[in-house]
Ligand binder design. Structure first.
Ligand code: NAD
Ligand code: ZN
Ligand code: ZN
Length: 346
């Protein structure tokens, strides 16, 4: 089968012919219908050799959708041909976090060598994908897999981040979304659907600001050295109740902290350079403001998101690429010229 693989540290990923895998005991083989391209892959591929810990070559893609093509021994309750999406942050399934459905915070994954597809285990940008357990599949019925696959990360990550702060979002409050790309454009829609807050979006070009408004942002502001002042003019002295930073470099974290209000949540989702940080302290940050950096989301939350998708309230912007053109999708991602999510359709 064909797969997009990261082969050499520092080089572009390549489309290669590799053996089609067979499901072992407990595993499920999917025929991939769609696979999303996430900025985190770009971060992973920017790591120098000494910091890159996954085995190479690595098949990319941690947002996956497919139809059930074969079942390993012992898999029950799943029919061949079922259309599913993949819950990506695989855990052990039995520790305290996993028992809550929070496999993204599995306390034993590292010790057991369990990695998400595309981030250690073979990923979804391929003709076929092995999923380690039927527990990690959510049936999507007649939803379009191409428009639905981004929900597994570009949807799930903001959904988890927003849900934990919903109590802060009251009528009259403001939420700020920094970075209106793959995750950000879903975050804006989730904020509008789940909360009464008004939404200010930030990005670096007028095109992106127009895009943010088209998916529901009330206001849009260029992300530049004046951004915090310009956001403050909109929110007034109260500032924002929730700031979601989908970029995560020092300049955007500084904007996030500067627009945050008293008793707000500042949620840093973007990886940035992997080193930037928010400063919290008396006189440094707003009273009772909390800063956090979450990772992905819970299994139950992906099920909720798929239910939301069935209601037709989400409009996920996707740009489709054939598997042979997957390297181009990554170039467009790095150049910042995608509108919404790039999705590879094998
Ligand atoms: P993306 O490339 O689709 O979107 C990023 C957006 O930010 C683009 O619209 C870009 O124009 C904009 N941007 C860039 N610099 C900016 C700046 N200085 N100010 C404002 N906007 C700016 O990326 P994505 O796939 O949506 O991922 C967003 C970030 O979230 C990445 O850092 C990614 O690694 C990270 N991520 C984290 C998690 C997690 O679990 N914490 C999960 C998925 C992705
Ligand atoms: Zn991701
Ligand atoms: Zn676990």
């Amino acid at each position: 089968m064909k797969a997009l693989q990261y082969v050499t540290v520092g080089a572009e990923p390549e489309v290669r012919e590799i053996p089609t895998p067979e499901p072992g005991p407990g595993e499920v083989l999917l025929k991939v219908t769609a696979a999303g391209v996430c900025h985190s892959d770009d971060f992973v591929m920017s790591l120098p050799a000494e910091a890159f810990t996954y085995p190479l070559p690595l098949t990319l893609g941690h947002e996956g959708a497919g139809t059930v093509a074969a079942l390993g021994d012992g898999v029950r309750g799943l029919d061949l041909g079922t259309s599913v999406v993949v819950y990506g942050p695989w855990g052990c399934g039995t520790c305290w976090f996993c028992a809550q459905g929070l496999e993204n915070y599995c306390s034993r994954a590292a010790e057991l060598g369990i990695y998400p597809p595309g981030l250690g285990a073979p990923g979804a940008i391929a003709e076929y994908l092995i999923v380690d357990s039927s527990r990690h599949l959510v049936p999507i019925g007649d939803l379009d897999p191409v428009a639905t696959v981004p929900l597994t990360d570009a949807g799930l990550t903001p959904y988890h981040a927003i849900k934990r702060s919903l109590s802060k979002l009251r009528p009259g409050s403001w939420a700020v979304v920094i970075g209106s790309g793959g995750l950000g454009h879903v975050a804006i829609q989730l904020l509008r659907h789940l909360s009464p807050a008004r939404v200010v979006a930030l990005d670096v070009s007028d095109d992106k600001l127009e895009f943010a408004k088209s998916v529901g942002a009330h206001e849009a502001v260029l992300s530049n050295p004046q951004a915090a002042d310009n956001v403050r003019k909109i929110t007034g002295a109260a500032g924002a109740s929730l700031v979601l930073d989908f970029v995560g470099y020092q300049p955007t974290i500084d904007i996030a902290m500067a627009v945050a209000g008293v008793d707000s949540d500042v949620t840093i989702v973007g990886i940035g350079d992997g080193k930037s940080a928010a400063r919290i302290g008396f006189g440094v940050s707003p009273y009772e403001a909390t800063a956090t950096a979450p990772y992905w989301g819970a299994r139950s939350e992906l099920i909720e998101l798929i239910d939301l998708a069935h209601e037709g309230v989400l409009d996920i912007a996707v740009e489709r690429f054939a598997l042979d053109d997957a390297p181009e999708a990554y170039r467009r991602l790095a150049a910042g010229t995608l509108r919404g999510r790039a999705v590879i359709v094998p």
